[in-house]
Design a binder for this molecule. Sequence first.
Ligand SMILES: [Zn+2]
Ligand SMILES: [Zn+2]
Length: 575
Amino acid sequence: MAAFTRQRSAVRLNAAFRTRATCICPSSRRHFLSWFRKPAPPPRPEHVPLLTQDNLFHPFSESPFPMLRARGEAIKKIAPCPVCTTAQEQGHPHVELKNVAFECPDCGWPTHCSEEHWKQDEEHEKYCTRLRESNEDEHDLRSGRRMVEFELPGPQPYEEAISFSNWDVFWYTRGFMSMDTERSRRLASKLLSYPITIGGALHQFSPLMLSNQRLTPEGSRSMAALRTTLHVPLGAPETGEAQVGKPQVRIFILGARAESSLPVHVWEQLCLLFPAAQLHIFFIGPQVSLPKPDTPPPPPQFEPPTPPPNATPEAAPSSDAASQLNTTPPTSDTALQTSTTTPPVPASPLPPLTHAEKMKQIQDTHAEKVKELQNRTEYLPNVYKPPPPVDISREKYTRNAINRYGVPSYTTPYTKELTVTGMRTNYIDVHHHFSETLDPYSDAFFFFSPGFGFPSENSFAEDGVTPLPQIASPTEWGPVLPAILESKCPVFVTGFSPADVERDVRSLSEAPDVAGQFEWVVMPGPNTFSSEKWEISDFDPRVMIKANWGIWAIRGRSKDIQERSMLDGLLPWRQ
Ligand SMILES: [Zn+2]
Ligand SMILES: [Zn+2]
């Protein structure tokens, strides 16, 4: 049986490589082996996009979308012209430093102060293609086309293994719609980078392995401990029944920003990689998104029931179906956390929605969201310290959790397998809620681009002028890492570029309570599940990053190792 499964997966993997290599990509790519996996989704009326695929390029000032016009204006206010900057740095007299105002006709971004400086700049060529790509991506996102790359698959059939070697085989083995264009790949990788970076790091088939020298022997022991809770013993079926009796796996995402505003059904994709586990995701940080305020629905108005003439039993209660989304009752643990602002709605006798129905509802609301995005007028520049992202939508069982944690917070038991909690506060202020129960068998920490090595704004070295790195600053990460290292739970960190990763790793040695107190779990290097979409900085459009470009991990140094090494020095026969 196991051999058969392996063989079958191998066939599908080969098929994945073949498809990509020869680029025979039919628009719905499933081949006959997959016919037995999932029923084909019912045909849906095609959206009429506002912009067609051959009309995605627009200079920012002429964009049909007000938010992109506002972005162009925001850049003009903060980004200096690169040619003026160079001239000033070279000490040319009488050079006035001007901001960008002229839009490059090839990429549509405001890139120079004038056409003259744009013509002079030979460096711009290096950036122009990526800027153009990004311009088209931004317009495509708002175009209103059907985004097949955002149509996410349901539960994984238990006999089909997921491969984590790269995005392509992951999407293929996980049953995603076909990613036919580079643009689809960029947008899908951006949407999924946060949950799948976590999944790819923790899963038993992780691409971070001893054999490719990313995982260390110590790290291998750490991951083995966590995987006993995430997976089943070798040979046992990896199904929901195996969740019984196991603790929830808690994933703490500290300093969370944009990732806390991802819709919960995107985070569910992380959960679906571990059918035998229950996950509790905690977003903790001063920039965590909180749910929109809870407004009670208007009192229902009485209307005499007028059934349509040809009403069929399954077509009738569509609004009931909407209220059926997430009818899974909260787990006992999360029920405790509630300070009920909305009393739980009694479970209706109707069966829970299938994944396909759930996805359809999500897509219906997606159409509204695209409309909202198309009409949004305000744009907040992505400068060094962005404000908290917009409020997220309130799920059915979302509860205020301020009574439990004493800070602005919420908890959403989304399904039996997934609970999400968000807290808008510094982690150190809530550490005492967890410090007693942290366990390397069930808990892991993630920092997405935490800026450990960035200079602090508030804390300075003894000379009073040199800023401390944030990892050593008492008001930023200073007290956090030592507290977590004590728990021996693995701590994963991502960075948005090679330089960002290097800066953070170097800073480990500058924090007195961190240096010498940790062991490597994953050596620093590229992340298989980084976003492939370039993010452009508004303060300088030449600065481009990819979210989660790199990944590494550490954990607190084990006591027994420290003691043994102490003995090593004292006992001559041990040397
Ligand atoms: Zn200039
Ligand atoms: Zn250009």
